[in-house]
Design a protein. Structure first.
Length: 366
């Protein structure tokens, strides 16, 4: 048997891979003035950092939340640069024991910025140790076990914790309350993404006209990470085809080849909608059944495809399962039958439906 090939990450997935991280490091802005978008968070954060510099103290702890790919890591790097402080980077999944966190905290220097990505995935003992470290800059190291165990207090130098999370609701209240500033990052507008692309194209020494920037931005799902990834694929297409100046036609041809359509939907997104319509009559259908129909894992469909399809109003989540909306039928070039339209729930996009928990609402399957 031939060795199994590693699965390639979707082109429009907001997640990052090693190549992305290497390129993003070169494209990331180094200060708040160069950071595009997130005007509200940027102004508030600028005020917090300026006040800390004027007082000559470490900045308050900062919590950054929002979907992946919007700039949480970039803002953490900027905070360290603006405070002229060293940066220590770790992540929640890497801290599974209180001792792991104690080792990191005890090695911090005064004023250092500690960045914890996916902070909601820390273990509970580590979270409880972090409470005291954030508030009192001290931790208690427990030595020994049983009746002979003793707690040794360890004083910490003042530091700034920057936590990033894609699921702020999973953070316990006591931890959330200890952050002095909380910023929620929103999806970018097409105009903001064009500014991101212009800066990236300049750094990559690409010649791209305004129409091409607009074409790429419109297919980027409101996410700078995806926009930069698509720009790199357009650069590859232009290099192979000998194109010196990228226009809208070239950008469209390149992204069409990578199966990213005018709405930003990729192969998986269209496969999900097509299966819903052609195999299940528009739904409702359970998540597991839908995933089998498109040949993917249920977690992949739920975390990669569904969020954007729901946000674009093409897929609905109901207590009976997933359904394709009229917008999905129209986007794929089909007309929704009157019988299907009549069966659509009137309150599909009501507050109650939007607040459904992110789990499998499918009916039991035989």
């Amino acid at each position: 048997m031939a060795p199994e090939q590693p699965e390639q990450a979707p082109l429009v997935s907001p997640g990052s891979d090693p190549e992305d991280r290497a390129v993003e490091a070169a494209l990331r802005p180094k200060n708040l003035d160069d950071f595009v978008g997130q005007q509200r968070v940027r102004k508030q954060l600028s005020l917090v950092l300026e006040a800390s510099r004027m007082r000559g103290r470490s900045a308050d702890h900062v919590l950054l939340s929002g979907p992946p790919g919007l700039g949480k890591t970039t803002l953490a790097l900027i905070i360290a640069a603006e405070m002229n402080a060293p940066l220590r980077i770790s992540s929640g999944p890497a801290i599974q024991h209180a001792g792991d966190l104690a080792a990191i905290l005890s090695s911090l220097t005064e004023g250092e910025v500690l960045f914890l990505d996916e902070i909601h995935r820390m273990s509970r003992p580590a979270e409880e140790m972090l409470y005291m470290a954030m508030e009192d800059f001290r931790v208690d190291i427990v030595v020994g076990k049983g009746p002979g165990a003793t707690a040794i207090p360890l004083d910490l130098p003042p530091f700034t914790l920057v936590g990033a999370t894609t699921r702020a609701g999973l953070l316990p209240g006591p931890l959330r309350d200890r952050f002095g500033f909380t910023g929620h990052l929103e999806f970018y507008s097409t105009e903001e993404l064009e500014l991101v692309l212009r800066r990236s194209a300049m750094l990559m020494d690409m010649r791209v006209n305004s129409a091409a920037f607009a074409e790429i931005a419109s297919r980027s799902r409101g996410t700078p990470r995806i926009a930069n990834r698509l720009l790199r694929r357009v650069r590859d297409w232009a290099l192979v085809h000998g194109v010196d100046l990228v226009d809208a036609r070239c950008a469209g041809s390149a992204l069409d080849m990578y199966e990213v359509d005018a709405k930003g939907l990729d192969r998986l997104d269209r496969a999900v909608l097509t299966a819903l319509i052609t195999k299940f009559g528009g739904g409702p259908v359970g998540l597991s059944t839908l995933a089998i129909a498109v040949g993917e894992e249920p977690e992949t469909v739920e975390t990669v495809a569904e969020p954007y399809l729901v946000r674009e109003g093409m897929l609905g989540r109901t207590p009976r399962g997933r359904i394709a909306t009229a917008a999905a039928w129209k986007h794929l070039g089909w007309v929704m039958p009157p019988t299907v339209a009549a069966a659509m729930p009137e309150d599909l996009f009501s507050v109650e439906q939007e607040d459904l928990p992110l789990d499998d609402w499918s009916l039991p399957e035989s």
